[in-house]
Each structure stands twice: as C-alpha cells, then as structure tokens.
Design a protein around this ligand. Structure first.
Ligand SMILES: Cc1cc2nc3c(=O)[nH]c(=O)nc-3n(C[C@H](O)[C@H](O)[C@H](O)COP(=O)(O)OP(=O)(O)OC[C@H]3O[C@@H](n4cnc5c(N)ncnc54)[C@H](O)[C@@H]3O)c2cc1C
Length: 310
C-alpha cells in the first residue's frame, strides 16, 4: 500500500468515526454545476464543526492535498481527476437559526436558496439579491457573491472561521476585507464555519415579489438549461465581460461541447460532454481574442482545480 493510500485510509477512518459520508474515487463532475471533473482519492461530506476541526488539520498534518467544495457552482475541475481529498461543506452541515428578530446564524453548508427562503418565512428583507445564486453560504462568503446590486458584504455581521491548525476565530464584518468577488478567505486559506447575517423586517409579499422577479430575470437572460459555473469572467474595470465577448463576435464559439452561450455571452456552458481541456481551450480563445481586439484583460471567475500547472 502506497504512502498516500495509507494516509487516505487514515482520513477515511477518522471521517467515518465522526459519522461523515465518505467516498473513495468519487467522480467530481457529480459535485460541480459545470458537470466536469474526474475522480479524487477521497470525498468527505463534513457534517459538524468537529468534523471540520478534526479532519482538515489531519489532512494538512499528513501532507495530503485537499480542497473545500461548497455546492461546486464556481469551480472548474480537471477531467483527469485530482490527487487528494475533497471536503464537501454542503447539506450535511446546513443549519439556520434566528438569534434575534432580524439576525440569522447560518452554517457554511446551507444553500443560499434555503437561506433566502428562511429569511422570507421570517419576513426579513435584504437577501433577495442572493436568491438564485446556486451556492452555499461558505462559497458565497468566500467569493463575496453578489447580484442585482447586492452582495454578501451588505448583510454580514461576523464570520466564524478556522485556520489549518483547527484554531477558530470570529471575525467582525470590518475584518473580512470584502470587495468585488473577494474576501479575506480568498487569500488566507481559512475555512468558513458559519456566519451571522443581519437583515431588516420587511413585508412578506414584497420580499417574495422581489425574489420572484429576480429569479425570472435570471431564467430569461441566463442559459440555466445547461451546466455552467455562471459568469465565466470577472467584470473588468470599466466594462462588462459579456459586452466585450459579444463585441468580439465570440457568441456561439465552441471547442467540442464547451460553448460561449448564445443566450448570454458571459457564460461558457457545457452543452453535453465538454471536458476540462476543451473548456480551458475555449476560455483561452475568449481571453486572447478580447485582449487582441479590445485591450481588456479578462480574468476567469471560477476557481480552477487541477494537479497540472495552469
Ligand atoms: C447558473 C449560475 C449562476 C450564478 N450566478 C451568480 C451570481 O449572480 N453572483 C455570484 O456572485 N455568483 C454566481 N454564481 C457563482 C457561484 O454560485 C457563487 O460564486 C457561489 O457563491 C459559490 O458557492 P459554492 O458553494 O458553489 O462554492 P464552490 O464553487 O463550491 O467553491 C467556490 C470557492 O469557495 C471556497 N469555499 C466553499 N466553501 C467554503 C468554506 N466553507 N470555507 C472556505 N472556502 C470555501 C471553495 O474552496 C472555492 O475556492 C453562479 C453560478 C451558476 C452556476
């Protein structure tokens, strides 16, 4: 048994002892909204703060590469697979609790849609913008997810996070270093455990109408019928990625089944069986063409996960 195999066995045993779901050789396309991604050595669904605190530092101590996945809606994963452990912070770690009339405590694995519906049920306004973003709270805090003029930054009171040794810190909003698709966690390597969110009392009918309206706008403008990771490129300073891509005549351009959506040129979609190399080739074509024709440098928004040097 190779050294990595022994370490994977050790993490599997520890995870099973904590009651976590484990899967050796899990196929990661099943864990990403792009439906692209090969196997990892081990996938563990984290189910409690204790599981985060025990298992992630263990992988770190053993020197086993690991990744944290939320809902996998902002990830591009190599079809050739990746070495190491994928820790999923998803519905096995999803708790929502009102801590006063307008404040919600939410664990990292809760989906934004569940969180938005919880806010609606409690007649709380301020999170409508997030309805329809298909991520988890952890992923949304990590990226400072936002839409339609709102972002996670606007509602955040504090975040409880853990460093790679398992030490836990509670950060106030002012310490979170939020900016466009960025938070302190984008750089720190810390893991988000939970967050406290402050909303305002509102009118249930109005909140629902706003949520429905934003969802309708998404459905009419975005190619939600195909797998994707949402906007493939960050908004460049002074323009919009979709506008530049369209101006460059790139709508519908494809490499295999990876295609620049004809419905929304900011989205690269998987029309069926696109793989990682096709997707990356198309992304390069888009970046190079936009740079040549407009001078704008586009940056990929989803995180790329691969053993290869990218
Ligand atoms: C159809 C579609 C529409 C979208 N629309 C929007 C939109 O309007 N606005 C927007 O901002 N985004 C949008 N996205 C992108 C995506 O949904 C968001 O970025 C979302 O917040 C990602 O959350 P996730 O749980 O899926 O994270 P993942 O994709 O699983 O992970 C993203 C990053 O977060 C990290 N991460 C996840 N959980 C944790 C944790 N607990 N601790 C530390 N790090 C963690 C991961 O390691 C990874 O680096 C869209 C995606 C799709 C597919």
């Amino acid at each position: 048994m190779g050294c990595l195999d022994e370490k994977i066995e050790q993490i599997t045993a520890e995870a099973a002892a904590l009651g976590c779901y484990t899967e050796k050789g899990a196929v990661l396309k099943d864990y990403t909204t792009f439906k692209i991604g090969g196997r990892c050595d081990l996938l563990v669904k984290l189910n409690s703060e204790e599981s985060f605190v025990k298992l992630i530092p263990l992988a770190e101590k053993l020197g086993v590469p690991y990744y944290i996945f939320g809902k996998g809606s902002n990830l591009i994963v190599d079809s050739d697979g990746i070495t190491g452990v994928v820790f999923v912070s998803g519905k096995d770690y999803a708790e929502l609790k009102l801590i006063d009339d307008t404040t919600i405590l939410c664990t990292a694995g809760a989906s934004l849609s569940t969180l938005c519906k919880f806010a609606l049920k409690n007649e709380l306004t301020g999170l409508e913008f997030a309805y329809g973003i298909p991520g988890s709270l952890g992923g949304a805090v990590f990226m400072n997810a936002g839409a339609y003029g709102g972002e996670m930054k606007d509602v955040m009171v504090s975040v409880k996070a853990m460093d790679i040794t398992g030490e836990i810190t509670e950060y106030d909003a002012g310490q979170l270093d939020f900016s466009y698709r960025h938070s302190r966690f984008t750089e720190s390597g810390e893991i988000i455990l939970s967050a406290v969110i402050k909303l305002e009392k509102g009118d249930k009918e109005q909140i629902k109408a706003q949520m429905d309206d934003l969802m309708e706008r998404r459905c009419s403008k975005q190619p939600l019928e195909y797998p994707s990771a949402g906007s493939t490129f960050k908004r460049p300073e002074g323009s919009y990625a979709s506008l530049l891509i369209e101006q460059c005549g790139l709508k519908g351009v494809h490499v295999g089944d990876a295609e620049v959506s004809t419905k929304h040129s900011g989205f690269v979609i998987n029309k069926g069986n696109a793989d990682f190399s096709q997707l990356m080739e198309l992304i390069e074509i888009v970046k190079n063409t936009v740079k040549e024709k407009t001078g704008y440098v586009l940056e990929c928004e989803p995180l790329i996960i691969s053993d290869k040097e990218m």
